[in-house]
Ligand binder design. Sequence first.
Ligand code: SF4
Ligand code: SF4
Length: 63
Amino acid sequence: MAIIIDTSICQGVDACPEHGLCIEICALNALDNVDGRPVVNEDACPECGLCIMNCPKEAISKP
Ligand code: SF4
Ligand code: SF4
């Protein structure tokens, strides 16, 4: 399992009010910047919730 990023809410790092904070704060490096969008590596994410709590657009959730 892994978190879900709603791409209708998150318009990518350039449009992010915190400039891709989710990618920066993931201590496990489970989020990659792929063509300007955060993409989760499902094998690396234990759903700790840190990115969910810190996304300024509330674009990230647990399944
Ligand atoms: S913090 Fe939220 S809005 Fe910003 S890039 Fe990450 S998912 Fe998108
Ligand atoms: S839930 Fe935790 S481990 Fe998973 S991507 Fe977000 S910050 Fe990283």
